[in-house]
Design a protein around this ligand. Structure first.
Ligand code: UDP
Length: 368
């Protein structure tokens, strides 16, 4: 019996936005997730009054006023601006690459001094058409920054040589000739007041949800419940890896409550050096200017992905993109399944892009 219009597999941002919009249009939805909670990777756990980002740092940012207005229907945002630091060979540097970084690295005080060094290095080491992350970084910012703040972090993060990674990844980071440590260039930024769960809880309010339910393990029975499926898991797993496995990068998080009020004086500190096994330490209270007597920190360890682990990042190199194209072609032939989100679209989406994708797919589906 098809009790629902949509069975939504995955209660992250894509699934929650889709469910919300479909419900608004009078459709019935059942949202399931194999985890024991809703919210996907934006889920936070409140530990003694501190919202702990259980699946890594999430900082909302967008340049798109419509998406900003959309999320502001559900929650207000604080004025947190992400300004991570990076520790490299015992020295702290500001990120993204800006006049503070250049001053810390070379002692320069003006943009023209910084530009002279960077342009010289680009001339010596850069290439015209960068084909991989290393070439892109050398062509964008030169050898010193690449070697001090990019190479080891990147190779640790992805478990691959920077020459084997796609160039676009490094273009996520701004390069700026002002003393401005804002990690993002977007107009709107912040952390939801009250935490991310407020967004997903509001999106899913009044909608039937079930946690601890694994779609692929109970496929026939679950598919029979709805006219259509919205699938937000790994696309290759959906098709039982018939064209081979796509590569992902996994993470392991070590959370710790510390009996001190301020551990590292910043929400995010990156660890560039290859001999430190984690890429960053988060101190969650600083996302919300917390004044608690204790603090919670999280170390983020990158890990090889295998099918029994959580997939966090798609590895969008040429080989994986070719494979993904086959899965995508196949997915387009499905009339009753909609694929969306970081894992089903195999894209390195930020939160605002996932919401954008979900809204576009919802419009396509509900107002054809
Ligand atoms: N990156 C780097 N050094 C840093 C931070 C980032 O080289 O200190 C590079 C690295 O390749 C990383 C990419 O920039 O994968 C994107 O970083 P971002 O902070 O956007 O990654 P996310 O927060 O999505 O993990």
């Amino acid at each position: 019996m098809q009790k629902y219009d949509y069975l939504i597999v995955g209660a992250g941002l894509f699934g929650s936005v889709f469910a919300h919009e479909a419900t608004k249009k009078g459709k019935t939805c059942l949202v399931i997730d194999r985890r024991s909670h809703l919210g996907g990777n934006v889920y936070c756990e409140n530990v003694d009054g501190i919202n702990v980002h259980k699946y890594g740092a999430h900082i909302f940012h967008t340049n798109d006023k419509d998406i900003w207005d959309y999320v502001n229907q559900f929650v207000t945002f604080n004025n947190y601006i992400n300004s991570p630091l990076s520790l490299s060979k015992g020295k702290l540097y500001n990120l993204p690459f800006n006049m503070n970084t250049f001053h810390q690295l070379w002692g320069v005080k003006t943009p023209s001094e910084a530009k002279q060094i960077i342009e010289e290095q680009i001339k010596t080491h850069g290439v015209k058409n960068p084909k991989n992350l290393e070439e892109q970084a050398l062509s964008l910012i030169g050898k010193d920054i690449y070697e001090t703040l990019i190479k080891e972090y990147t190779e640790k993060q992805w478990g691959k040589k920077a020459t084997e990674l796609p160039a676009f990844i490094i273009k996520r980071l701004p390069v700026r000739y002002t003393f401005d440590n804002n990690y993002f260039n977007d107009r709107y930024q912040g952390i939801p007041n009250g935490g991310y769960n407020k967004i997903t809880e509001s999106l899913l309010e009044g909608i039937e949800t079930r946690t601890g339910v694994d779609f692929l393990k109970n496929r026939n029975e679950l598919e029979a419940l709805a006219k259509k499926v919205v699938y937000t898991g790994n696309i290759d797993e959906y098709y039982d890896y018939k064209f081979g496995k796509l590569e992902y990068r996994s993470l392991r998080f070590e959370h710790e409550v510390l009996d001190m009020d301020n551990y590292q004086a910043n929400a995010v500190v990156n660890y560039n050096d290859a001999d430190v096994p984690y890429t960053r330490i988060l101190e969650h209270k600083h996302f919300e200017f917390g004044k608690q007597k204790h603090t919670v920190v999280t170390k983020e360890y990158p890990e090889t992905w295998t099918p029994n682990k959580e997939a966090y990042y798609p590895v969008n190199n040429d080989e994986n993109q070719q494979k993904y194209k086959k899965y995508k072609q196949l997915s387009l032939t499905e009339s009753n399944v909609i694929f969306g989100g970081r894992l089903a679209e195999y894209r390195y989406y930020d939160m605002h892009q996932v919401i954008g994708s979900a809204l576009a797919k919802t419009r396509q589906e509900l107002n054809p």
